[in-house]
Design a protein around this ligand. Structure first.
Ligand code: NAP
Ligand code: MG
Length: 493
């Protein structure tokens, strides 16, 4: 494994601060492992508070500079060109980057390839926005000219999870840079490697020093230091609802702007009039894509009574065929959990489901890898007979565990769907056009899919209702997260 990984990497396992690769000031490092086997693959620097401070100072310097070659002094079109070049760099290295992501995260190669492609898309999409960030002229009373300027927020702290490592970095870094901010990025401790490759790409295309800084390290230390730092203007976070709460509390001290993309318990609702095969395929992908480690995972399958057993049979058959395989093999469809901690968490939920009286109809335990008990594998698991108050129907599991609940009619489907603290996504399967649009309006979620599951696009806003967070990433909406509006008044009298 060690030789494989060396071939994929361009960046050293160091911190990227002010355009330089540096060790942590303490000299500390930590290990990252390949989740399919648990084998160590690399060591990277462990940033502490002093390193985060250095990164924030570098970002501030880069933000404050005003010369023609500085970040703020660059023409918007040239800023866009740099972002486009980052996309080109990532695209040129897409095979290596996909393999690196597989090694670090454990996800199947075919899914990692999609991540890299979408990360490239995000940089291209926001490259185009650089020249389109314009203000308004406003017809106010009096003999004055009033117009608005859209200005960057300043230094952005981006804290991301391990489930789509490069993609989550791109969703924050691309719009933040497009809006002329500077960034300190802290990737998840489980998957630090692709963020370092993003820094290498930024260096390669000649992004000015300090515009993008990457500090690998732990949430409780490096992440918390970033959130507390008085010179960070905004925190953009994706991760657990619990840490999201902590971040909001901590950011209050310095009144930072905060945007949060948090967990979900998304309902996937199948009506009896749906195309049953399509719904089965969709429900399967909804929960088992990325082994369920997706914030939008369709983890609650609500099925109309008449088709409950037929749909369940189709799903069980598919789930049984889904087997662990070498994630680097392009044919593999199921990867492991990202870590031992995540494996334990998911297995605990499965036990909880059994103990509370739900019935396992597929999977239900840990899986072996290549005939051995190693790595962090979980069998694709389906629970039938789940009641709305069962823990597995309420809490985010973040693993390949599906809770199936029956419903009688549209009214009950809506009630069940909205009976959650979350509101990230939902899907509806029906052939009835009116019902599809009714449901889309009545479900409290930031994304509603009809007769499909999971599509996202750099151009379309994404984010949560309720405790799934606030602020919309992607699309034009993300520009609101990374700009502030200034109103300018000129007396013409
Ligand atoms: P997490 O702790 O919320 O991690 C997300 C990011 O926040 C990581 O970079 C993490 O660093 C950092 N972080 C943790 N504590 C912090 C703090 N006090 N201040 C600042 N940053 C902090 O998520 P997790 O522990 O990896 O996973 C736990 C559960 O969260 C999962 O089982 C799942 O339910 C949920 N989750 C949801 C999403 C999502 O996209 N909605 C993504 C990941 C996880 P470390 O890497 O060092 O922890
Ligand atoms: Mg954590």
């Amino acid at each position: 494994m060690a030789t494989t990984i060396a071939a994929e990497r361009q960046a050293p396992g160091q911190l990227f601060i002010g355009g330089q690769w540096v060790d942590a000031q303490s000299g500390a490092t930590f290990e990252t492992v390949h989740p399919a086997t648990g084998e160590p693959i690399a060591r990277v620097a462990e940033a502490g508070e002093a390193d985060v401070d250095a990164a924030v100072r570098a970002a501030r310097r880069a933000f404050a500079e005003t010369g023609a070659r500085s970040w703020g002094g660059l023409d918007a079109a040239d800023r866009g060109t740099l972002l486009w070049r980052i996309a080109d760099m990532l695209e040129r290295r897409q095979d290596e980057l996909a393999r690196l992501e597989v090694l670090d995260n454990g996800k199947p190669l075919r899914e990692a390839r999609i991540d890299i492609r979408e990360a490239v898309d995000a940089f291209r999409y926001y490259a185009g926005w650089c020249t389109k960030l314009q203000g308004d002229t406003i017809p106010v009373r009096g003999n004055v000219l009033n117009y608005t300027l859209r200005e960057p927020v300043g230094v952005v702290g981006a804290i991301i999870p391990w489930n789509f490592p490069l993609l989550m970095a791109a969703w924050k870094v691309a719009p933040a840079l497009a809006c002329a901010n500077t960034v300190v990025l802290k990737p998840a401790e489980q998957t630090p490697l692709s963020a370092l490759e993003l820094a290498a790409a930024a260096q390669e295309v000649g992004l000015p020093a300090g515009v993008l800084n990457v500090v690998t390290g732990f949430g409780e230390t490096a992440g918390a230091a970033l959130v507390r730092h008085p010179d960070v203007d905004k925190i953009a976070f994706t991760g657990s609802t619990e840490v999201g709460r902590t971040i909001m509390r901590e950011a209050a001290g310095t009144l930072k702007k905060v945007s949060l993309e948090l967990g979900g318990k998304s309902p996937n609702i199948v009506f009896a009039d749906a195309d049953l095969d399509a719904a089965a395929r969709g429900a399967f992908a909804a929960i088992f894509y990325n082994a369920g480690q997706a914030c939008t995972a369709g983890s609650r399958l609500l099925v109309q009574q008449e088709i409950h057993d037929a749909l369940l049979d189709k799903l069980v058959e598919r789930a049984r065929k889904l087997q662990p395989g070498d994630p680097l093999d392009p044919g593999t469809r199921l990867g492991p959990m990202v870590s031992q901690e995540q494996l334990d968490r998911v297995l605990n939920y499965i036990e909880r489901g059994r103990a509370e009286g739900a019935r396992v109809v597929a999977g239900g335990g840990r899986a072996d890898y290549a005939g051995e008990r190693r790595g962090y594998w979980v069998e694709p698991t389906i629970f039938a007979g789940v009641a709305p108050d069962h823990t597995i129907a309420r809490e985010e599991i973040f693993g390949p565990v599906l809770a199936v609940l029956p419903f009688a009619d549209e009214e009950q489907a809506v009630t069940l769907a909205n009976d959650t603290i979350y509101g990230l996504a939902a899907a509806v399967w029906t052939r009835d056009l009116k019902r599809a649009h009714r449901m889309a309006r009545r479900i409290h979620a930031g994304t509603v899919w009809v007769n499909t599951y999971h599509p996202l696009d750099a151009a379309s806003p994404f984010g949560g209702y309720k405790q799934s967070g606030f602020g919309r990433e992607l699309g034009a909406s993300a520009l609101d997260l990374y700009t502030q509006t200034k109103s300018v008044w000129i007396d013409l009298s």
